[in-house]
Design a protein around this ligand. Structure first.
Ligand code: GAL
Length: 667
């Protein structure tokens, strides 16, 4: 990221710029307003393919030439898109077999975006040609600082069930299994007469007679394949760009986007970048924002990353699109910066007046510059200038990690399971929230990652686990660390085959527990625990072998069975939580676990977010007050947003933000 911030002279600020929707007179106004707002980076050309290549093989770069030149003259840098996110209409007409086909076999029509099958050779060739032209022309353009390959891979086309995809799937499976015999074993085709005797019979999990009960391992491999297929598409485009330009390459991730295994992707991008939008169905959208930011920092291995898109206010794609409250956008942006982003960009610079996104907020709203959004945009631009030295610093290495394994996530949410409510991300969200309230910053850790950095790992519904990963976790605990495991964990191996002898299979020893039978609950059912709390979603009929029982079920289908247990393992310990605890039960448990693992937590009011970033020279204390009351935090140094000295007590206004350059720096 320093290759970008070095050229920008600090944190990145700006957004998607779509001049193709406006006249050249408006562009001139844009440049001057961008200056007013302290914008220094814009993303250009994301959806410009149909203008750049209006007819097959005929390229017209006039618009991009002019815009890059204008940006350059005005001191604005460019994150230049390859433009390969959405092929032009002529492409679909000429290559009908490159259209996306859904699981029912219906081809999707042109008219929105991402209208292509990721496996299509025709699409891959056309995209590669466009990339070559782009890099030949702009590979060393002085305004460009970053390459933006495609856009949000897989957002609308993550699974294509066409015949071309079916063939690619077969090739991928041949590579994975080597033989049909191995595939038959892994897929458990002895069930329901599914044994394959010819590769030609192997298909994507298209809509089947017994709807949504396709072979589970076939479905799991389909998720794996589809993510890999998009990755090869990205890698092919990125390779072309890298061969012709020394500028770094990124593509924008989408936070916790299930179809794309970003843990597998992260090493292929030069800079991790992300798009994050508030979800108003979440009771605390700011916690979800922090969670996405922590995921990105984890994907970036702790190094700075870039917030490529968020919104100044409402989006247009939720059923009810709420406007942000005054100050909310500033807090959201600074949340990302606090958690390691070296810039905050928006979709988009100027609000569209036509098209599907005309009601999406922008930096420059329909109302123009005499508006609160514009004033907040200018203020945030000034804030980021005051924080320019934060660029390059890193968030303190967290001691707590949450295990996130995309393959296990896919497998856990397949059909025909004991309950549709045992989903890892919903639990991760709750555990994350409880830690966030105590200002405990967490990493999201792949089981194959470096576990030695952590004193505490939390693994909600870690359903699918390989022997290797289970072994590494056992070593982690034995050597003195703490693991918290929740229900529906350790159940199957990497082929989604059940581990017999009692659940939690791979984690029987480490939990000191044998579960004989799962006893999930009805949607609104809850059970009482002997410690006074309640549980929902799940219970187990279990017995302990070596674990200590901290709470049992006082009623319900597993009455008398252990609900929360604690097991000492070597130098370390493992907690098991067999049900979805109510809010106060979860809070109590999180505090107990943190205390026993020796992890400090803040005692500030709920809703006060405190994070520290540090460089070898400086440390920066971010305090973001999401509450309606003033907050007092102990700090010493210089507050950078309001340019004030802080000697002992930092006052942060309701809804306000502060960033203290600490004295002496805390290392
Ligand atoms: C993203 C996309 C942008 C814009 C934005 C709206 O998914 O990359 O182009 O559509 O959402 O929120």
């Amino acid at each position: 990221m320093d290759r970008v911030t070095g050229r920008l002279g600090g944190l990145a600020y700006g957004g998607d710029y779509n001049p193709e929707q406006w006249s050249p007179e408006v562009w001139l106004e844009d440049m001057s307003l961008m200056g007013q707002a302290s914008v220094n980076l814009v993303t250009v050309g994301v959806f410009a393919w149909s203008l750049v290549e209006p007819h097959p093989g005929e390229y017209d770069f006039t618009l991009i030439d002019q815009v890059l030149e204008l940006a350059h003259r005005n001191g604005i840098h460019v994150d230049l898109a390859t433009g390969t996110a959405s092929p032009p209409p002529w492409f679909t007409r000429m290559h009908p077999d490159a259209m996306l086909v859904d699981s029912e076999g219906t081809p999707r029509s042109h008219g929105a975006r991402q209208a292509y099958c990721p496996s299509s050779p025709a699409f891959r060739e056309a995209a590669a040609r466009l990339c070559s032209h782009m890099v030949d022309r702009y590979g060393d353009h002085p305004s460009v600082v970053l390459w933006h390959v495609s856009n949000e891979y897989g957002d609308h086309n993550y699974h294509c069930y066409c015949d071309v995809s079916a063939q690619s799937f077969r090739t991928w499976l041949q590579h994975r299994y080597g033989s049909l015999a191995e595939l038959n074993r892994a897929w458990g085709t002895a069930v329901w007469s599914q044994h394959y005797a010819d590769w030609a019979d192997v298909m994507p999990p298209r809509s089947v007679s017994y709807k949504s009960f396709a072979n589970p391992t076939q479905q799991l491999d389909w998720w794996r394949f589809s993510s890999d297929e998009l990755l090869t598409l990205f890698q092919a485009e990125a390779a072309i760009i890298r061969a012709g330009s020394s500028y770094p390459v990124t593509t924008n991730f989408m936070s916790f986007f299930k179809p794309v295994n970003y843990q597998k992707w992260a090493s292929s991008v030069d800079i991790v970048s992300n798009d994050d939008y508030l979800l108003y169905t979440d009771p605390h959208p700011e916690q979800r924002t922090a969670m996405a930011a922590d995921l990105m920092r984890s994907l970036a291995a702790g190094k700075p990353w870039l917030l490529m898109e968020h919104s100044t206010s409402a989006v247009n794609w939720q059923p009810r699109n709420l406007a942000k409250a005054p100050g909310e956008m500033r807090r959201n942006s600074l949340q990302h910066i606090a958690r390691g982003a070296d810039g905050a960009l928006f979709f988009q610079w100027r609000a569209s007046t036509f098209g599907a996104e005309k009601f999406h907020s922008a930096m420059l709203p329909h109302a123009g510059t005499d508006s609160s959004i514009w004033r907040e945009v200018c203020r945030l631009g000034a804030d980021l200038r005051h924080l320019s030295h934060v660029a390059g610093s890193a968030v303190e290495q967290p001691r707590v990690g949450i295990i996130l394994d995309w393959e296990s996530w896919w497998a856990a949410e397949l059909d025909s399971h004991p309950s549709i409510d045992a989903t890892p991300i919903s639990q991760i969200r709750r555990w994350y929230g409880a830690l966030w309230e105590r200002s405990v910053v967490v990493d999201f850790v792949a089981p194959t990652g470096d576990l030695s950095k952590y004193d505490l790992l939390i693994a909600p519904s870690w359903y699918l686990v390989s022997d290797d990963d289970a072994g590494r976790i056992s070593d982690f605990v034995t050597s003195g660390a703490t693991l918290v495991l929740t229900y529906f964990s350790g159940v199957v191996d990497e082929n989604d085959h059940v581990r017999t002898g009692g659940y939690p299979g791979a984690f029987r020893e480490v939990t000191g527990l044998v579960i004989e039978e799962f006893a999930p609950l009805l949607a609104h059912q809850s059970v009482r625990l002997t410690d006074g709390g309640t549980g929902s979603v799940w219970t187990d009929r279990a017995r302990v072998t070596t674990a200590e029982v901290l709470a049992r079920y006082a009623d319900g289908p597993a009455e008398g069975s252990p609900a929360i247990t604690f097991n000492t393992v070597g130098e370390g310990a493992c907690w098991y939580v067999g049900t979805e605890l109510d809010d106060s039960g979860l809070t109590r448990l999180v505090e107990t676990v943190l205390t026993r693992a020796g992890i400090p937590m803040s005692t500030h009011a709920a809703g006060v977010e405190i994070v520290r970033r540090a460089s070898p020279e400086n440390s920066y204390l971010f305090v973001l007050n999401h509450t309606a009351g003033e907050v007092l935090v102990e700090a010493r140094g210089h507050e950078l947003l309001d340019d004030r000295s802080v000697q002992g007590t930092l006052r942060v206004a309701p809804g306000g933000c502060a960033v203290v350059l600490e004295e002496p720096p805390r290392q």
